[in-house]
Write a protein that binds this ligand. Structure first.
Ligand code: NAD
Ligand code: GLY
Length: 368
């Protein structure tokens, strides 16, 4: 199997360990999907945008391993990542008699991946699933690490479970059909790994931004591989986010407030995270952890990825108050105290609280 993938990154999680295959033409490679079937059926879960592009290819490939392969096409969009859509998945599984040996294949971006993974975690108290991410964001982040779930009107990804996939198959060829705005959104999560874990990677991203935005194959292959290596290292040390893993949420506390405050789907998740990282960098500076030059540099990199660097106004009367109300629902909040991922030196992150007046001042400075 290693011969067909350009890179293989392993997630070390004892009996839940698995591989991320990164390469081209993997969707049509029977080898990439071998040893996943134990005599059950396969359900490809995808959406109205991705299905016409890639569902037939994957179905044909999976037929080498599964006698019964079905495709379920969900509606597209972050605003559909809720209970009602999840229920259509359970309806399909039950009405076609899928049993415990069945395997779900999440073919799509993070929305399909998170919902399919959550369905796999719940159906018959847990069945297997495979991530087949087709967005940059999903290849570098959401398909890896076993976080699955749906949104609640009061908070992003609030209902979910940890459930690791059996394998992640990243076919870089699928990124060729991604709209530029979605490439930029994925770049937000790529950039994230630099400030929190690897300042050399941030240098590399800065130097290769034009190539990344043009989806140059070599640049994307390295970006996906390095991002997955960093995520694998973090998840391998702290699978269930009892500590270290929280650093992967750099920019997400502000970003999730933007997504929930504007209504899911108004800004792309990656756009909200990009802007959230700028806000978190300003907060790190206000707390004396990094200097203004670092904030300006990170802001430049995020802007050069085509991402917004000013936050939206969520409430014309009390904007900072509205952000803080939303951020109190963040999963890192503890006893009502909002906790932020901050940068406390290049390539190093920490999780901590901050005085309300400092946070308010940052929100006021960063929103327009
Ligand atoms: P998405 O799943 O909505 O995909 C973005 C858009 O691209 C959609 O319209 C989709 O249909 C389309 N698309 C997908 N693949 C395509 C392709 N190859 N060609 C053309 N169009 C394609 O969004 P996303 O950015 O992939 O994921 C965002 C979601 O991921 C959010 O819900 C976020 O909360 C979640 N997330 C989860 C984790 C995790 O650890 N589980 C981490 C980060 C983000
Ligand atoms: N995207 C954050 C995490 O996987 O922990």
């Amino acid at each position: 199997m290693n011969e067909l993938a350009l890179h293989t990154v392993n997630i070390p999680l004892a009996d839940r360990s698995y591989s991320i295959l990164i390469g081209t033409d993997l969707l049509s490679s029977a080898q990439a999907f071998e040893q996943l079937s134990h005599g059950g059926s396969a359900l490809i879960v995808t959406n109205t945008t991705v299905s016409p592009l890639y569902a037939d290819t994957l179905s044909t490939t999976l037929r080498s391993h599964f006698a019964n392969v079905r495709v379920l096409v969900l509606p597209d969009g972050e605003h559909t990542k809720h209970w009602q859509t999840l229920n259509t998945l359970f309806d399909a599984l039950l009405s076609h008699n899928f049993d415990r040996k069945s395997v779900l294949f999440a073919l799509g971006g993070g929305v399909v991946g998170d919902m399919t993974g959550f369905a796999a975690a719940c159906y018959m108290r847990g069945i297997s699933f495979v991530q087949v991410p087709t967005t940059l964001l999903a290849q570098v982040d959401s398909s890896v690490g076993g976080k699955t779930g749906i949104n609640h009107p009061m908070g992003k990804n609030m209902i979910g479970a940890f459930h690791q996939p059996l394998r992640v198959v990243c076919d870089l060829g699928t990124l060729k059909t991604l709209p530029p705005k979605e490439v930029s959104a994925g770049l937000a999560e790529v950039i994230k790994y630099g400030p929190i874990a690897d300042s050399d990677f941030l240098d590399w991203i800065e130097g290769h931004m034009p190539a990344l935005r043009l989806c140059d194959s070599d640049a994307l292959a390295y970006a996906v591989r390095r991002s997955c290596e960093i995520k694998a290292w973090v998840v391998g040390k702290d699978e269930r986010e009892s500590g270290l893993r929280a650093i992967l949420n750099f920019g997400h506390t502000f970003g999730h407030a933007i997504e929930a405050g504007l209504g899911y789907g108004s800004w792309l998740h990656g756009e909200a995270v990009g802007c959230g990282m700028v806000m978190a960098a300003h907060l790190s500076c206000a707390l004396g952890l990094v200097d203004q030059a670092y904030v300006q540099r990170l802001t430049r990199v995020i802007s050069s990825a085509g991402l917004p660097v000013m936050g939206p106004v969520l409430d014309v009367h009390d904007n900072a108050g509205r952000y803080m109300q939303l951020m109190r629902h963040d999963k890192k909040a503890s006893d009502g105290e909002i906790r932020f991922v901050v940068i406390d030196g290049p390539g190093r992150a920490a999780v901590r609280g901050a005085p309300d007046d400092v946070v308010r001042e940052v929100i006021e400075r960063c929103c327009a």
